[in-house]
Design a protein around this ligand. Structure first.
Ligand code: SAM
Length: 249
């Protein structure tokens, strides 16, 4: 992918200058951070909790293993990993507002010992090669400008035998679901955003960014191109979300 800042990339349904996208995404998450967890419950009617539980199980937490949780935001995946007996975690995100909510939640839950926080762009990680056993990214890859760079970085920091897992919205595979899902995404979500957080635009971006994200097979191909092996895809709720997994062999 070109890294010329003048080329364009998608920001929801809009095309914006490549150099502009990170700032626009930052503004979205600065705006949603205080209401992020409440809005997730409302928008998904609680289903995101089930998807995250399945995702954490697929990470196979183990006390001897370390996790890098990329775009980890307010910490749901990190806390799931620690709750299930996983080893030390780096909770990382580009956005200080989201990470600050994550830090408060970690303190409330008593998860401090095995947790470090890192403000970092997932496209350019300030970490050495081969330093962690798992890399997770949940609902984060969609927001990154250079998704292939994130996948390459994930592979670079994994130890051989380590595993990368991505939980993300994907392409609905059950035709009957599509009209209801579209109505929910484009009519209900922006209104909910307005009512709860006085911010319809960020939730309009959310719905649009889901539609422009690569489908299951395209993302699996991008993972292989980044050097990850034995790539698998698991659809959740008829493809509304999917878990992609791959190994550093
Ligand atoms: N993983 C959390 C969860 O599942 O609840 C948070 C997901 S939230 C929808 C997306 C997160 O991606 C935001 O916290 C945002 O700041 C982060 N993000 C966006 N672009 C990023 C980048 N280039 N590098 C790291 N994090 C990024």
């Amino acid at each position: 992918m070109s890294d010329n800042p003048e080329t364009t990339v998608d920001f929801g349904f809009r095309s914006v200058r490549r150099a502009e996208k990170a700032g626009l995404v930052r503004a979205v998450f600065d705006s949603v951070a205080p209401n992020y967890d409440r809005m997730n419950d409302l928008m998904s009617l609680g289903v995101h909790r089930v998807w995250k539980q399945v995702f954490v199980s697929d990470l196979r937490p183990s006390a001897g293993d370390t996790l890098l949780d990329l775009a980890g935001g307010t910490g749901d995946i990190t806390f799931g990993w620690l709750r299930r007996g996983g080893g030390p975690v780096i909770l990382s995100d580009i956005n200080l507002s989201m990470l600050s909510v994550g830090r408060e939640r970690a303190i409330e839950r008593g998860f401090i010992g095995d947790l470090s926080l890192l403000v970092a762009n997932a496209e350019q990680l300030p970490l050495p090669d081969r330093c962690v056993d798992r890399v997770s990214i949940a609902f984060g890859l969609r927001n990154c400008t250079d998704k292939s760079a994130v996948l390459r970085e994930a592979r670079r920091v994994l130890r051989p035998g380590g595993r990368f897992l991505c939980l993300e919205f994907s392409r609905v595979t059950v035709a009957a679901l599509a009209p209801v899902y579209d109505a929910w995404s484009f009519r209900v979500l922006p209104q909910l955003g307005w009512i709860v957080a006085k911010d319809a635009d960020s939730y309009q971006y959310l719905a649009e960014s889901i539609r422009t994200f690569p489908d299951q097979q395209t993302l699996a191909g991008m993972m292989r191109d980044a050097g990850l092996g034995r790539v698998t895809v698991r659809n959740l709720s008829g493809g509304i979300a999917a878990i992609h997994a791959g190994w550093r062999l």
